[in-house]
Design a protein around this ligand. Structure first.
Ligand SMILES: Nc1nc2c(ncn2[C@@H]2O[C@H](COP(=O)(O)OP(=O)(O)OP(=O)(O)O)[C@@H](O)[C@H]2O)c(=O)[nH]1
Ligand SMILES: [Mg+2]
Length: 190
């Protein structure tokens, strides 16, 4: 293993309340930068009283690898779209968190991807359905990949409230990033 880690930029995206800030809180606790503010509009739910207005940020070194991930969660609210543009630049990996309890979550995913992908044109993507119980996840017959236009995106489930699940999700993203890099090397014939 090299001494200097390989730095990668990761964005966590998704609608308001999909669990982006929750995911970062699960793995970083107090050791994260957060810009949550009280809602100025009607609350989306009794439980959720705050919303991200700029970004959440934390950094993690992946054990037994050369990688260090700089993780940014962007705001779900479209009025803060300018932050998507600022933070989306030079992103290596994208996790899209989806509230699986929304009606027709697969349609929700496609609509959201159409909105967000133009800001992250070369990122490797993992889409993760959040907020399902273990029983619901057991019976869910989900393919490992999702077709979105010409793209084939890794699809999985997660629990943003469980640090181990969030670590596993990031590990899946990292594996997909390594796979994509390997594919690019093989294609270029180097
Ligand atoms: N039941 C359940 N609730 C969850 C889960 N993950 C997050 N939540 C709840 O859903 C809400 C998500 O809130 P946030 O994490 O602030 O959502 P966000 O995606 O950061 O939203 P914005 O910053 O407003 O875009 C909170 O009330 C969490 O407690 C989950 O896996 N299961
Ligand atoms: Mg948030």
């Amino acid at each position: 293993m090299n001494d200097a880690p390989i730095e990668k930029k990761v964005i966590i995206a998704g609608h308001v309340g999909s669990g982006k800030t929750t995911a970062l809180q699960s793995i970083f606790g107090e050791n994260m930068l957060s810009t949550d503010a009280k809602y100025s509009d009607a609350l989306p739910s009794e439980k959720k009283k705050t919303t991200t207005v700029a970004m959440d940020y934390g950094v993690i070194t992946c054990p037994k690898t050369d990688y260090r991930l700089h993780i940014y969660a962007i705001p779900g609210q479209e009025r803060f779209q300018f932050m998507w543009e600022i933070l989306g630049k030079n992103t290596d990996g994208l996790v899209v968190l989806v509230d699986a309890k929304r009606p027709n979550p697969i349609a929700v995913i496609h609509l959201y991807l159409d909105k967000i992908l133009p800001y992250l044109n070369r990122a490797v993507v993992v889409v993760a359905l959040n907020k399902l119980s273990l029983d619901e996840r057991d019976i869910l017959k989900m393919p490992p990949y999702l077709r979105h236009g010409d793209l084939r995106l890794r699809l999985t489930t997660t629990d943003a409230q469980d640090p181990d699940e969030v670590f596993a999700l990031l590990r899946m993203l990292l594996d997909e990033m390594v796979l994509a890099a390997t594919r690019a090397i093989v294609k270029s014939g180097v």
